[in-house]
Design a protein around this ligand. Structure first.
Ligand code: CO
Length: 511
């Protein structure tokens, strides 16, 4: 039970960012795809192009980085300590701050000088996880976890998030770590998994999330965050024998939809811990995929619909109701190989990298139309391309919408950099299936984040920001595209190469 953190590791792998290893193999010293030791605070950057005058605020992105001290380094990027990267826009000027979260792992590395937790899916790794086990339990003074997946706000506080409790508060200006956000409520706090992808329904002004309580009686627990206090109000619970691994979920005006993939675990196996964490989860395609429909108001399970077609996904795109039906868009994989195979350490770096690229190749942007009370009415492919990191104009979350922004998540091999292989970023029109793309040779885009123009009510009027890693030139820049034309309007070079990361959000400027 203490190894729920392993899930976080899996997600990160699953998302596909281990390509750095082909670099580390060739160049043991360091890799720009993963490494960064330095921090800077509010450094002014030169802007190439022009920043819209309405764009004021901070774009903060989270993710693990690999570090190196004396000749020691973290063996795997996804074990790296969380680092926040913040680009602040103010009246056309841009400044940059990056900071490690001062977590237990950070202390271990930088204070104790220990890389004792390096290594993945090994016995020794587990003993380390055990040592830092209060990541997963509720103590009077919980230690600060390595929250390296996402950022957000809860009860008016900026927080770094992962899939284990608790959120870690940070200062939006300095990105300094402020401590754990302790919830004062009665929801389960031990032996839980929680999604790092909470939903914000702007229309109803509600933030909703779910957690999985593992135990003799496991359950999915749905809740809303109180807007002012660190308090979570229970919406409802659904008992489950063998919980599935799910990285995100869907929300509509009236329903929470949990798409339960057939990648499941027997909680008893987790408790016994006779084998490494990943080996407890298994893929059961014969079980198909379940759509659990929960009423947002009553918290009751309205329907559980079985789709005989098994699939897996990390990220939901959006969902909404239309003529009494639920329309749900999601980036699917035909199986969970991406996750399951990473328990196998016998693979070479190149094999792993290749594996990621092959798995990413099989992703599809799917649209399911579901009756809340009867069955799945339709499923169709909106886009048959390798994509991940789907984002939308968040004002359209739970509402009918048109545009998805996403990237080709496949990694670049060194030969790809030299031969100009492209890894595009897309703007996808879900009504037509058409896509517009931005691409440049030798670069890896991160997650595209759409920032709406506050003076417009057009869905795509705004900008798309993305931290782009130029692998060939060993530097990084923040790319700013016009949301409508998807053409570059500005780029801002960071003072150092910013390693590949996970999720980011834009926060409007505070006084
Ligand atoms: Co994610």
């Amino acid at each position: 039970m203490k190894y729920i953190n392993f899930l976080v590791v899996l997600v990160i792998i699953g998302i596909g960012f281990i390509g750095y290893r082909f670099m580390t193999k060739k160049n043991k010293a360091s890799s720009i795809v993963s490494d960064l030791n330095t921090e800077v605070t509010q450094q002014s950057l030169v802007v190439e192009g022009s920043i819209p005058e309405w764009l004021n605020g901070s774009f903060v992105r989270n993710g693990p980085v690999s570090v190196q001290i004396n000749d020691q380094k973290i063996a795997h990027w996804f074990d790296g300590p969380a680092m926040l990267h913040g680009f602040t826009f103010r009246n056309g000027a841009v400044s940059y701050t990056n900071k490690f979260l001062r977590s237990k792992i950070y202390e271990k590395i930088f204070v104790e000088g220990s890389f004792n937790y390096a290594g993945f899916a090994t016995k020794s790794r587990f003993s380390l996880w055990e040592k830092i086990a209060n990541f997963f339990t509720w103590n009077a003074e919980p230690s600060i976890q390595n929250a390296n997946v996402n950022v957000g706000t809860i009860a008016n506080q900026y927080v770094a998030l992962t899939e284990t409790p608790l959120p870690v508060r940070f200062d939006i200006k300095t990105l300094d770590t402020l401590g754990a956000l302790k919830f004062q409520d009665d929801l389960p706090k031990k032996n839980i998994f929680e999604s790092a992808h909470m939903h914000y329904d702007m229309k109803k002004q509600e933030k909703i999330n779910y957690l999985i309580k593992y135990g003799r009686e496991s359950k999915y627990v749905f809740y809303r965050y109180n807007a002012e206090k660190p308090y979570r109000e229970l919406i409802g619970e659904v008992a489950v024998d063998k919980p599935a691994y799910m990285h995100s979920f869907a929300l509509t005006e009236n329903y929470i939809v949990l798409v339960e993939f057939p990648l499941t675990v027997n909680p008893i196996d987790l408790m016994i811990m006779a084998k490494p964490y990943i080996k407890n989860f298994s893929w059961h395609p014969e079980q198909g995929t379940n759509f659990l429909i929960i009423d947002r108001k009553t918290g009751k399970l309205v329907n559980k619909i079985k789709d005989n077609d098994p699939f897996f996904a990390f990220h939901h795109v959006n969902a909404y109701e239309k003529e009494g039906k639920i329309v749900l868009d999601i980036v699917t994989y035909p199986d969970a190989d991406l996750i399951v195979a990473f328990g196998d350490l016998n693979k070479s770096y190149d094999e792993e990298n290749n594996h990621i690229n092959q798995d990413a190749k099989r992703t599809k942007l799917m649209r399911y139309t579901v009756s809340p009370v009867t069955e799945i009415i339709d499923s169709r492919v909106l886009l048959d391309e390798p994509i991940e990191y789907p984002r939308i104009n968040e004002q359209y979350n739970t509402q009918p919408y048109r545009y998805v922004y996403a990237i080709d998540p496949r990694r670049l091999m060194l030969s790809d950099v030299q031969t100009g292989v492209l890894r595009p970023m897309y703007k996808i029109d879900t009504t037509t299936g058409n896509k517009v793309l931005w691409q440049e040779s030798g670069v890896l885009p991160g997650e595209p984040v759409f920032i709406p123009n506050p003076h417009s009510d057009k869905e795509d009027e705004g900008v798309v920001v993305n931290i782009i890693l130029d692998v060939g030139k060993q530097r990084a820049f923040l790319l700013i595209l016009d949301g409508q034309s998807f053409k570059e309007i500005a780029r801002v070079y960071a003072p150092h190469a910013i390693p590949l990361g996970l999720h980011g959000q834009f926060f409007k400027l505070q006084k």
